[in-house]
Design a protein around this ligand. Sequence first.
Ligand code: NAG
Ligand code: NAG
Ligand code: NAG
Ligand code: NAG
Ligand code: NAG
Ligand code: CU
Ligand code: ZN
Length: 191
Amino acid sequence: MVSTTFFALLAASFAVATPLSRQLTGNTTEVPLVTKAVAVMTGFGSDANGTVYFTQTTPDGPVNVTGTIFNLDPNAWRGFHIHQYGDLTNGCDSTGGHYNPFNQTHGGRYSAVRHAGDLGNIQSDNDGTAEFSFTANMLDLSAEYSIIGRAIVVHAGTDDLGLGKTANSSINGNSGARIACGVIGLTPSGM
Ligand SMILES: *[C@@H]1O[C@H](CO)[C@@H](O)[C@H](O)[C@H]1NC(C)=O
Ligand SMILES: *[C@@H]1O[C@H](CO)[C@@H](O)[C@H](O)[C@H]1NC(C)=O
Ligand SMILES: *[C@@H]1O[C@H](CO)[C@@H](O)[C@H](O)[C@H]1NC(C)=O
Ligand SMILES: *[C@@H]1O[C@H](CO)[C@@H](O)[C@H](O)[C@H]1NC(C)=O
Ligand SMILES: *[C@@H]1O[C@H](CO)[C@@H](O)[C@H](O)[C@H]1NC(C)=O
Ligand SMILES: [Cu+2]
Ligand SMILES: [Zn+2]
């Protein structure tokens, strides 16, 4: 009886933990598909905070980025990017540069040439709240270019989307200081 129960539980846990495609093919090198992620945004040197949800329903499909950031300057456009590292040991300053796996120059959310992590600006209302929902097609939640474990950052200034005339324009869009950030983590539920 005991061993039957044990094997039943083992089989059940295996079935839960193993994606269907791997169960069918026995292919143990396949990477499990991540469809939802979340980042809790913390202010560093600012009161800005909030939550950002990510969803990707198909492996090669776009990532839906939806969230709310509070306590920004009112009626402003504020730079918003995925940065390389999920390292907040020195606040947002230890998150590295914009996530750039294809070694491109800085651009906007929809520019042909851009860092994969370039998400342009988010816009705040009269109260300093930015609510946003858009899709990003150079991001993934699974496999080689996954953004899980990296950071998402809000800046004190407006991203010029690479269109400025200064050297920083093609690096960081002159977005200014990093005022809030969060690590992109796995979540079972999302939004
Ligand atoms: C197993 O999955 C990996 C990753 O999806 C794939 O590259 C590989 O071709 C698959 N192998 C077989 C035998 O199907
Ligand atoms: C954001 O910070 C404000 C204080 O500035 C606090 O009242 C609020 O609960 C925080 N909200 C979130 C989602 O963390
Ligand atoms: C993105 O997700 C939000 C929240 O679930 C949803 O309201 C919105 O329609 C989605 N946008 C797209 C383009 O799928
Ligand atoms: C990235 O691009 C820059 C400028 O285009 C080039 O100098 C550098 O060698 C490239 N780095 C890699 C790793 O390809
Ligand atoms: C360029 O950006 C970096 C990083 O934000 C900043 O430290 C530096 O002051 C900027 N340079 C100029 C000339 O704005
Ligand atoms: Cu940034
Ligand atoms: Zn960039």
